[in-house]
Design a binder for this molecule. Sequence first.
Ligand code: NAD
Length: 419
Amino acid sequence: MTQIQPEHLNPLDSMKERFSNAAKILGIDQMTYDMLINPQKVVIVSLPVILDDGKLKVFEGIRVVHSASMGPSKGGIRYSMNVTLDEVKALAAWMTWKCAVVGIPYGGAKGGIKCDPRNMSDGELERLTRSYTAAMQDVFGPDRDIPAPDMGTNQQTMAWIMDEYSKIKGISSPAVVTGKPLVLGGSLGRVEATGRGVMVTTRSAMAKLKMDPQNCTCAVQGFGNVGSISAKLLAMQGLKIVAISDVTGGYYKKDGINVEEAIEYVLKNNGTLEGFNADRITNEELLTLSVDVLVPAAMEDQITDDNAHAIKAKLIVEGANGPIASNADKILHKNNINIIPDILANAGGVSVSYFEWVQNRLGYYWTEERVNRRADRVMKQAFDTVYLASQKYDVSMRTAAYIVAIDKVASTQKLRGVF
Ligand code: NAD
């Protein structure tokens, strides 16, 4: 297993540095700056859970609401041993900027529990999730704060949250959480939404860069929800996926990987690519392959000032949140590597989460075709807006995305006033 999150990096520093760059260009005043760089609410709870062996273990649960200026706050819940408060704060802020970039009426939040979900039974995970929901019953709410899945959580986790919250409040409340199973009010198209947004924005960028998908190769780091669906949809657009990876390492085939086959393999193989028939490489090697498009879709801080100089891709599409540390930005920029930033590239998920919430509140459910059509339109429009801003201000797509987002949130904050 490759441990790839260097100790000295902190995603919150990356978020703050990029926020500050864009805020400076926009010329926002100090008061607005201070309000937007700090989270509005940080809640930390102790979660006692009886494990299967009868022993009690107390977990720490975090929920950070970065901003609720644009509407109820929205953001996933992460179960991972790497969860830290700073990481959750960074992810919460990214949700604010992401929702603003795609123009959906939400603020940003994120949750996390430090645990190892792969080594916990379903019963333990259910007790942990219900305990977290009970502890957060006055934080969550369809008009307050709406969780969703993230690393280590899935539809089942969302079903437990919906059930526990509904029981506590004595009402059926599907809109308290998104990413639910279909039968509980989930939306068609939600599972594929983030990968689909990655594909749509990649196509838009490739058109601007005059890259023909039929003649391009691609490597994808991470083969969970975002990585596997991105790889599948990009392959359907004609890109040759030469490498994929997960927590067990990297898998390379010069002539292209059959992504559907790899997805089937993972389903039958306890959720990992271990043993998949391809040349073995490391996660680090995958990042520096000679490919046209690189999609880091695993976790934060994969590309840093340590390896940025070795990146050969022409286009990097940030499927994960924060996969490029801010200390790598200058190096990549100098080497003319184009980047579709996370707050744009992976915003397809939260866009369809918004559609799920809208459908729950209407009690009226859309076809998959309608969901995809509307989500594609949101993603294309967001790409065009950010692209135009990058031309107007003569900045990278990343800085442009922050400019678009901060401008919207800052002007809303001004109208609402300060208390
Ligand atoms: P997931 O849990 O479904 O998949 C994560 C994948 O990354 C797995 O294949 C795992 O094996 C792999 N991985 C974990 N540690 C790794 C390591 N050290 N090296 C290489 N691979 C590693 O998670 P996901 O939902 O696909 O999320 C991936 C990223 O995308 C996260 O940054 C998440 O915040 C972001 N994201 C997810 C969504 C969504 O809708 N799921 C939306 C926006 C952003």
